[in-house]
Ligand binder design. Structure first.
Ligand SMILES: NC(=O)c1ccc[n+]([C@@H]2O[C@H](COP(=O)([O-])OP(=O)(O)OC[C@H]3O[C@@H](n4cnc5c(N)ncnc54)[C@H](O)[C@@H]3O)[C@@H](O)[C@H]2O)c1
Length: 268
């Protein structure tokens, strides 16, 4: 019984397809590697087609694809989903890792009084509207063509929960909004057996974290390190491990929640 069950699970796992937006970024790439290692086929979606294809080609296993997507564009998302759903297969796992930190053109994290409407709009367009549009498109396809074990994984941040220590208003607001969106979509898609959860990473060793710190000292990885109970920032593979769990069939009874992967910087 146990072995028949595991064999069924492993057959299902190899045929599941995951779409990762921002799949060429630091965290999206790590998630792509982990889900591919878990036996899923992965579509790496990012603004640059060549980079997405290059990353997809280097993933373990087979059947991976790279696609171009601009998550702020309804047309781009519709075209990408149409291609994937008709040419690759139905998406079982959508992970929305595309995001921007909302730096000003000079690279600084602007204080409220210096935050332009352009920076605000751009940050919310990618981080919130982009997430909404991708999740909506996924839900439309799954309503027409259901799949077993459907999963949506959104990406918030401890910044959205705490108010941010080295990020500012557009980013923090966008990441708080993702948590609300995750919960309402979890309620709506529950009837289809699709779970919807957020990961809220704390600071992770990535170019995004480095780009928004105030210090210019190369040894400083995070401005508020003294607030990290585990005494370090996270690594991309630790976020990928959380995504692996939420994507798995073991997480079937987990929905509408936020998985904090943050070294203890925020405890509920
Ligand atoms: N790095 C961290 O410490 C950290 C902490 C908390 C949350 N996060 C969140 O995790 C996600 C990934 O972060 P990361 O560190 O990998 O950043 P990253 O900059 O390395 O990756 C983000 C990716 O999103 C892509 N992207 C940007 N705009 C896009 C658009 N319009 N359409 C499609 N793709 C677009 C970029 O090309 C990039 O590849 C982000 O949402 C970020 O806010 C990161």
């Amino acid at each position: 019984m146990a072995s028949a069950e595991s064999s069924n699970l492993s057959t299902a796992a190899t045929s599941r397809l995951a779409l990762i937006t921002g799949g060429a970024g630091a965290l999206g790439h790590a998630v792509a590697q982990r889900l591919a290692a878990d036996g899923l086929r992965v579509v790496v979606a990012d603004v640059g087609l060549q980079q997405a294809e290059r990353i997809a080609a280097a993933l373990p296993g087979s059947g991976h694809r790279g696609v171009a997507i601009d998550v702020t564009s309804e047309e781009s998302i519709a075209a990408a989903f149409e291609t994937i759903e008709t040419q690759v297969g139905p998406i079982a796992v959508l992970a929305t890792f595309a995001g921007v930190v909302g730096n000003a053109p000079d690279g600084a994290q602007p204080a409220l009084v210096d935050t332009t409407l352009e920076t605000w709009n751009r940050t919310l367009a990618v981080n919130v509207t982009g997430c909404f549009l991708c999740v909506r498109e996924f839900a439309r396809w799954r309503a027409k063509h259901p799949v077993p074990h459907g999963r949506v994984i959104t990406v918030s941040s401890s910044a959205g929960q705490l108010g941010g220590y080295q990020s500012r208003s557009p980013y923090v607001t966008s990441k708080a909004a993702v948590l609300g969106l995750t919960k309402v979509v979890a309620r709506e898609l529950a009837a289809q057996g699709i779970t919807v959860n957020a990961i809220a990473p704390g600071p992770v060793e990535t170019p995004m974290t480095r780009s928004s710190r105030k210090s210019t000292d190369a040894q400083v990885s995070y401005d508020a390190m003294a607030l990290m109970p585990l005494g370090r920032i996270g690594m991309p593979h630790e976020i990928a491990a959380a995504a692996s769990y939420l994507a798995s069939q073991d997480a079937a009874f987990v929905t509408g929640t936020t998985l904090d992967v943050n070294g203890g910087v925020r405890m509920q």
